[in-house]
Design a binder for this molecule. Structure first.
Ligand SMILES: *Cc1c(COP(=O)(O)O)cnc(C)c1O
Length: 338
């Protein structure tokens, strides 16, 4: 069985179901896949699979403590009639470049691709472990994750979700979307601060003694990309985008491509990195930032200095200074130095 280890203590290792249930590790670290290079994804086979089959093929290699039936049921629930197209993430041409369309889900955020699947992965994991606690999802958002998570988790049995968002850091439309969410298990809280404050509060809840006391019969988890169940489903659309280019004869099988990824919490681009480890012929992953270009600076200089001005921009999902998933990349690149 595949093990996922915490970035802050590599001896803390769990299966994929356990990682998805917990969200964040109790030591504050993020569960990270190891040795994905050893998995062989047959690209030729991928050419003949639709999105759901491709998801099943790739996810079964990584989330290997889910049975095939369990995974297929989750995937079918997530991706049947929820997106505008059964192709889920079609690829379209823009000038000389191509775009993997990640906006066809129920809330138009790319996060729908993973968030429509996460509640099913979580419930399945939970059921198969025979756990009887309720699941409480805490999530931080600068807009997109919040509305997508609320939409995905609303009315899911034995599950509650609270979303934290920065009071002046989300768009008017998204604030309205969140505050008008229906569902008997949802809460939305605005925080005087920015996204990083929300995420810090959320992480602190995990080891706050008062929260633990109050939540004895509750399993806390997360719908942010710190949860493995958010990260791994995103790998699929890198393969899908690649295969689309081959199928439409824009490239030959095994030609390399670059992906340019608008980046905030580093989840999307990290999924691209994991796709590359799994053998997706990726040349470069280009990290695109907005004015909060802490990642660009880090990649160019090696210095990560979060003590800098924070700007609210028209792309609030990228207004992040503490980019959580970078921790996973550094962990992998340093040969799992916790
Ligand atoms: C979430 C989001 C991002 C940032 O993605 P990460 O996975 O957090 O790096 C960028 N753009 C949009 C529109 C988003 O919703």
């Amino acid at each position: 069985m595949r093990k996922f280890i915490s970035t802050r203590n590599k001896n803390n290792s769990v299966t994929s179901k356990e990682a998805i249930i917990k969200g964040l590790s109790e030591d504050g670290g993020l569960y990270t896949p190891t040795d994905l290079q050893d998995i062989k994804i047959d690209l030729n086979k991928c050419l003949y699979l639709n999105y759901q089959e491709l998801a099943s093929y790739i996810l079964s290699k990584i989330l290997d403590d889910y049975s095939e039936e369990e995974l297929n049921e989750c995937i079918s629930k997530a991706y049947t009639k929820t997106f505008k197209t059964n192709d889920i993430t079609p690829t379209s041409k823009i000038g000389k470049d191509f775009m993997v369309e990640l906006y066809n889900g129920p809330t138009s955020a790319f996060k729908d691709v993973a968030l429509t699947l996460l509640p099913h992965l979580l419930k399945t994991a939970y059921k198969s472990k025979g756990l009887d606690k309720k699941i409480y999802i805490l999530t931080s958002t600068s807009g997109d994750t919040g509305k997508a998570a609320l939409e995905a988790f609303k009315n899911v049995e034995d599950t509650y979700i609270t979303v934290f968002y920065p009071l002046d850091g989300v768009s008017y439309v998204q604030e309205r979307q969140m505050n008008t969410t229906t569902g008997n298990n949802v809460d939305v809280v605005s925080v005087e601060g920015n996204f990083d404050d929300c995420q810090r509060m959320q992480k602190e809840c995990n080891d706050d003694i008062r929260v633990k006391e109050a939540c004895k019969n509750v399993q806390l988890s997360s719908a942010n990309s710190i949860n493995l169940g958010r990260l791994v489903p995103q790998i699929v659309y890198y393969f899908k985008g690649y295969v689309d280019l081959v199928k439409n004869k824009h490239i030959k099988l095994n030609d390399k491509v670059n992906f340019i990824v608008p980046t905030g919490n580093f989840g999307n681009i990290l999924a691209g990195y994991l796709a590359k480890q799994l053998g997706c012929p990726i040349n470069k992953l280009v990290c695109a930032s907005n004015k909060n270009n802490i990642l660009t600076d880090f990649i160019n200089t090696g210095i990560y200095d979060k003590n800098r001005d924070f700007y609210t921009t028209m792309s609030p999902s990228m207004d992040i200074l503490v980019s959580s998933n970078l921790e996973r990349l550094l962990f992998i690149l340093s040969d799992f130095d916790d």
